[in-house]
Structures are given as structure tokens and as C-alpha cells.
Design a protein around this ligand. Structure first.
Ligand SMILES: Cc1ncc(COP(=O)(O)O)c(C=O)c1O
Length: 435
């Protein structure tokens, strides 16, 4: 029988996260105070983040220990399985070997709990009572609602209005885990009111929801803010994905030629690729890491590399990143988690240094790939993750054309069980490409 699932033992859950910062050929530019244009220090961030996360944000330690309390919770679903996509390979008639790391096995259904657990833990340790956050498709909001439940914290989630309407059961899941969910833009914050006064029917965006959550945290002493992507400490926490995948591939004596992940703010792509990029930077292995984005929000492939705000209202420090501009409101594609105007500063610098590649796809071709995957492998992918599937299929078909036996690894960052409305839309024939 051929091996399909490559599994690790609970003891193999990584004991340390991998921090790529000390290995980067060009250091990441520091966040700036928008008023003075000077780099910001830990004191500027302490009203909204716990000190341990602020330290991780700038740490130059290559490996950072994962506390046992976090590993104990990771053990509920980690190590996640690595699959060999035998059936997809057969359907494509490709000589390529396709592997995917499946993060949909977490209780929230995506990779997001890998950092949510860590963020809730450090906040609990430092006495935070409540966390405020934004969510696009609802995956991140669910992850933080879950994590705050584990540690007895309260949670308020500003959910982008278009997803609030499109994905009612994601809302229900956040409620189930005890969070308050508010459609954004809302009338509860000045940032929300300002947007609504100009555009009462605004579908919302991640940038707007971030403004609302930061304003909420900054105006309540017992509340901190939590971000599900973009920041360095989020990329760090997600490296458990790639660290495990490396061990799993070693078990079957493989090493990837291509590593593929969808990119919203960059965290699942960072998670799967950074531990392998370490080998590329040191000259040990040549790999091609590809970030996949929607043509509706093409920050890497069409954005500018410059300082910009991380949110729409301009409440965050300035971050040097690929950006569509902080006022850009992406079209309402179904992959709500990819509707972010910017990109992780680390991923951006790696892209500027040509250490990683990027590609953008239209919504319909992404769903076509998702259906091919679901009809061969069975798992129903999230629309965000399906961007990675589309790219993996393209690479596998290239291999078929050129007779190459390359090894492709992609991150299946989440399941799409709450996205059936999007699949219905695809099968109705009315889906728009929206870009
Ligand atoms: C399943 C899934 N994949 C990917 C993403 C994109 O985010 P990131 O680039 O931070 O991984 C999201 C964001 O919500 C998501 O829910």
C-alpha cells in the first residue's frame, strides 16, 4: 500500500519556533511613528500588546522556546498531517509528487490557532482581561475566540460586514466559543462611524476592522489588541507548520522543489516556507517558494513597496510593506481572508530581495481548482487555501508538459465547511471574477 498520510507523534510537536529575522540578507525596516517618522519602541506598543510579544516582534534569536502550556493545547490537533496527494496526481496525470500540509484539522478549521493560542497565552500571563480583534472570513475570529476560551479571557471580534452576511455560521461559532461579534464598519467606534458617514453601504475591509479593534483596545485599560497576520510574531508562531512538514518529508526522504501558500497578510505562507527558506538562504537547498494572492487584492504582484498604515483609519505605526494603499477596499471576493491591502513586512522584504515569488489568480479559476481537489482528495478547501491549490495544480501540469518529476509542497491552510455558499455561487454559474 502506498503511503498517503505522513504523521508525527505528539512528542514531535516543535519545542521552538523558528525566527527568520537573524537569517534575512536584508533586515526588515523598522515600524515608524507616523507623526515623528522615527522608529517606534516597545513603550509605544505596550498599550495594545503584552511585552513578551513585543520582544518576539524584534528578537534576533534564531529559535524561541514554545512554552509547555502552549504545546499542551497544540497537542489537541498538532502535529497536523502531511498528505501525499496520490489521487490528485492521478487526476492530473502528472509525474510530479504533490504533498500538502493540512491545517484544517484544528478546532477552528485553519492554521490561525497556531498564533491565537500563543497570543492569548502571553496576554493571560500579563493580566489582560479582554482581547479585541478583526476578522475577514471569520477564520481568525474563530481562532481567537477558541484561544481566549482556553485561557479564560473575553473576546470582541470586529467582523468585515460582507463576511458577517456571507458566513453566518462563522459568527455562530465565535458566539459558541464566547466571543462578541460586531459587523464592521460599526457605529461603536469613531473609525467605523467615519466610514459609515461617507459610505453607509460599505462592505467593510480588513483595514477598517483593524482600525475599529485597535481603537477599542486603546480606549480600554483591561483590553489588548490581537492581530491574526502581518506582524513578525505571527509569522514566528506559524513556523510550527513548516518545521513539522520538514520532519514529515524527511520521513519519506523528500525535499520540496516548490513550496506554495496563499497570502493574505502572509502568515500561512510564512509558516510553511520559512523553515525551508533558511536552507535556501544558507545555500543548502534551492527551492522556489511561491505566495499566491487574488487578482482582486494583488499586494505583492501589483502593490508598491513602501511605508503605509496597516489599517484604514491610520491608527497603526507605519510598516514597510507591499501595499495597495491603506484606503484600498478590495472587491468582495469569497476569499475574505485575502482581502488585505498590505503584506507582512518580512514576506515583503523577502519578495523585494527575490528570495520568494508571487502569482495572482482570478476567483473562478481558483474555485475550479478547489473543485478538482475536492473531487480527487475529498477534503473541501477554504477559498483562501484554494489559491495555493490552483498554483500547485499549475506547477504539476507544467511538470507533465516538461516531463519533470518535481516535488511540490503546499499549505492547505483551512477547510471550507463554512464556505458552502461560495461553492453554491460557483456552481450557479453566476460567480464573478471581481478584479
Ligand atoms: C484558511 C485561510 N488561509 C489563508 C488566510 C490568509 O491569511 P494569512 O496570509 O495570514 O495566512 C486566511 C485568513 O483569514 C485563512 O482563513
Amino acid at each position: 500500500m502506498q503511503k498517503t498520510k505522513i504523521l508525527l507523534d505528539e512528542n514531535d510537536i516543535p519545542r521552538k519556533w523558528y525566527n527568520i529575522l537573524p537569517d534575512m540578507p536584508t533586515p526588515v525596516s523598522p515600524p515608524l511613528n507616523p507623526g515623528t517618522k522615527e522608529p517606534i519602541g516597545p513603550k509605544d506598543l505596550s498599550p495594545i500588546f503584552p511585552m513578551e510579544l513585543i520582544k518576539q516582534e524584534v528578537s534576533q534569536d534564531r529559535f524561541i522556546p514554545i512554552p509547555d502550556e502552549i504545546r499542551d493545547i497544540y497537542a489537541l490537533w498538532r502535529p497536523s498531517p502531511l498528505y501525499r496527494a496520490h489521487r490528485l496526481e492521478a487526476a492530473l496525470k502528472t509525474p510530479a509528487k504533490i504533498f500538502y500540509k493540512y491545517e484544517g484539522v484544528s478546532p477552528a478549521g485553519s492554521h490561525k490557532p497556531n498564533t491565537a493560542i500563543a497570543q492569548a497565552y502571553y496576554n493571560m500571563k500579563e493580566g489582560t482581561q479582554r482581547l479585541a480583534t478583526e476578522t475577514g472570513a471569520g477564520q481568525w475570529g474563530c481562532a481567537l475566540a477558541l484561544a481566549t476560551t482556553y485561557f479564560g479571557l473575553k473576546c470582541t471580534v470586529y467582523m468585515v460586514k460582507v463576511s458577517f452576511t456571507q458566513k453566518p455560521y462563522r459568527r455562530s461559532l465565535m458566539h459558541l466559543w464566547g466571543a462578541d461579534v460586531i459587523a464592521s464598519p460599526s457605529n461603536l467606534t469613531n473609525s467605523g462611524k467615519k466610514i459609515l458617514s461617507k459610505a453607509p453601504d460599505s462592505p467593510g475591509s480588513l483595514g477598517i476592522a483593524i482600525s475599529e479593534a485597535i481603537e477599542d483596545a486603546a480606549s480600554h485599560d483591561d483590553t489588548h489588541y490581537s492581530l491574526g497576520s502581518v506582524l513578525n510574531h505571527v509569522m514566528l508562531h506559524q513556523t510550527v507548520i513548516g518545521l513539522e512538514a520538514k520532519e514529515q518529508l524527511a520521513q519519506v526522504e523528500e525535499y520540496p522543489d516548490y513550496i506554495i501558500g496563499s497570502v493574505g497578510g502572509g502568515s500561512n505562507f510564512a509558516g510553511i516556507s520559512f523553515p525551508f527558506l533558511r536552507d535556501k538562504i544558507s545555500g543548502k537547498h534551492d527551492i522556489k517558494a511561491i505566495g499566491v494572492e487574488p487578482t482582486a487584492c494583488p499586494s505583492l504582484t501589483k502593490g508598491e513597496f513602501r511605508y503605509d498604515f496597516g489599517d484604514t483609519a491610520g491608527l497603526t505605526p507605519l510598516l514597510k510593506m507591499y501595499t495597495m494603499g491603506h484606503e484600498y477596499i478590495p472587491p468582495s471576493i469569497h476569499a475574505g481572508g485575502l482581502r488585505y491591502h498590505g503584506e507582512s513586512p518580512i514576506v515583503s522584504q523577502l519578495y523585494a530581495d527575490k528570495l520568494i515569488d508571487a502569482v495572482a489568480y482570478h476567483q473562478k479559476e481558483v474555485f475550479e481548482a478547489a473543485v478538482t481537489f475536492a473531487r480527487s482528495e475529498g477534503i473541501v478547501p477554504a477559498p483562501e487555501s484554494s489559491h495555493a491549490i490552483k498554483c500547485a495544480i499549475d506547477k504539476a501540469l507544467e511538470c507533465k508538459k516538461n516531463g519533470q518529476k518535481k516535488t511540490i509542497l503546499f499549505n492547505l491552510s483551512g477547510h471550507g465547511h463554512f464556505d458552502m455558499g461560495a461553492y453554491d455561487n460557483y456552481f450557479s454559474g453566476n460567480m464573478k471574477d471581481l478584479s
